[in-house]
Design a protein around this ligand. Sequence first.
Ligand code: COA
Length: 170
Amino acid sequence: MRLVRPDTKYKDSYLAAIREAQAEGRKTEFDFDLAENHFERFVRELNEHAEGKHMKEGYVPETVLWLVGGMEYIGRVSIRHRLNDHLLKLGGHIGYDIRRSMRNKGYGTMILKLALPKAKELGIERALLTCDKTNIASRKIIEKNGGVLENKGPNPEGGPDKLRFWIDIA
Ligand SMILES: CC(C)(COP(=O)(O)OP(=O)(O)OC[C@H]1O[C@@H](n2cnc3c(N)ncnc32)[C@H](O)[C@@H]1OP(=O)(O)O)[C@@H](O)C(=O)NCCC(=O)NCCS
């Protein structure tokens, strides 16, 4: 298993993962229609997120990496290069998800472990990780990777309380 830059060679597997997410009714920040219909452009734009391009107003540059095994797409991690006010309160430096069919096999724990040195390369010495209080799996992933809880608070955007953790990677 390794983290790679998004690449068109994973097209079949990535699109299968997207369909799993759609079946689950999950919203993601990525554009399903673009991926389905213009995969090359989708991948190019995803990689250009690192330069702050093709992102919503107010979003910071992020490096997107895919966890793959052979030619199989397993999950993705987004490492935001810095915190803005929203990320400091709610989103954190690093977000991840593991495709539905690959969950509960340790890959969530692995993707964060592999992402931390990449975050360090980007100059992040203390990474902020957040999760919903109800997201037991994500909490375990963060704690197994050295996350220290700073606080818990209501999410002003609604939903469960947010937990905020710091991971020292200096
Ligand atoms: C959260 C997520 C990344 C977990 O990925 P995963 O590959 O299943 O995680 P792991 O297999 O490494 O499991 C981590 C721990 O959570 C536990 N776990 C997994 N799924 C669980 C669930 N649904 N409920 C409770 N515990 C769960 C595992 O048993 C493991 O516990 P252990 O450390 O005691 O062995 C995955 O469910 C996902 O992509 N969810 C949607 C996106 C998301 O929530 N991202 C995180 C946002 S903060």
